[in-house]
Design a protein around this ligand. Sequence first.
Ligand code: RM4
Ligand code: MN
Length: 388
Amino acid sequence: MTDLSTVKAALRHQRIETPSWGYANSGTRFKVFPQEGVPRTPHEKIDDAATVHRLTGIAPVVALHIPWDRVDDFTELAKYAAGQGVEIGAINANVFQDNDYRLGSVCHPDPGIRRKAVGHLLDCIDVMEATGSRDLKLWFADGTNYPGQDNLRQRQDRLATALQETYDRLGEHQRMLLEYKLFEPAFYSTDVPDWGTSFAHCLQLGTRAQVVIDTGHHAPGTNIEFIVAFLLRAEKLGAFDFNSRFYADDDLMVGAADPFQLFRIMHEIVQGDALRPAAGIAFMLDQCHNIEAKIPAIIRSVMNVQEATAKALLVDARALAAAQEAGDVLGANAALMDAYNTDVRPLLADVRQDMGLDPDPIAAYSRSGYAERICADRVGGQAAGWDA
Ligand code: RM4
Ligand code: MN
């Protein structure tokens, strides 16, 4: 049997990183529906992230996206965050929203555009220095729409060169996290389309380059927990971008579409002893809340990851291993399903109470008056978000 106090301790120490852009206006390719009370500045995004942390107790880190979160003084921003009880997490580079990047960024055929893109990546390392962030997170929209549009192999060479220059600039305690995505916005070829491509580049670069798994970035039916197991074994799993998808990169709340998949992923994490913050995996959310209220959606997402984690921690590892060794197919499967089918909500309510929190973070948020306050306070100015 699993020791309950160990399970509770693991849950108390879990850390989830929330995305600054999740608090801001966002939309589909067709429309951004603006919401009342959304942050207008990076500081207000941090206020929202801090609110999520105060209520859940396990979201003490907030990821930034540059230039969306550009400020004049990043050291001050980091201090402000610390004052609110959160720290700055991954710095997400953005080389996909400038007119120059129509044909790509670091893989663009024009060396001048590639220079500009690498320059931005290096600027992001400066932001890391100023904020104390450990992780540089790279996702490239690079790819082509039509066969023959560009030379696929040369684009890989350009990518490798840009990554190397950026990697060489990283400090001792900083990491490069390379994300992949099957398609979109490029529809014929993508320059980092899958974990294998990301893995190969990271291997070439060295130990401080690791892969990011965004759960929405795969072909339907992909066995993501296999990728988790493989990368953990190779010490190349750096982070997750959690979200849910029904069709493509839907960016819905993690655990909404397929809570069982999330459990299977967290089971690999627990088996690989990678939940501990010291294991160095960043458990981030990368979501957009286009039609639902943003802060409660992020609270719900944090709770969904927490529930999947609790279930994974409840797997009777000894019974599972014994069944596997004995070739007991049904017994092994039952060991997993017993844990998955456990209602962990009472356990998590206990854990929250032990942490001095309200057992029901969503209800606590509704009662707090925060939503009304931000709607009243955040009037005027320009709401943060992107134009779709
Ligand atoms: C990309 C990718 C990145 C995210 C951007 C906004 O599809 O998932 O991680 O930063 O979207
Ligand atoms: Mn992502």
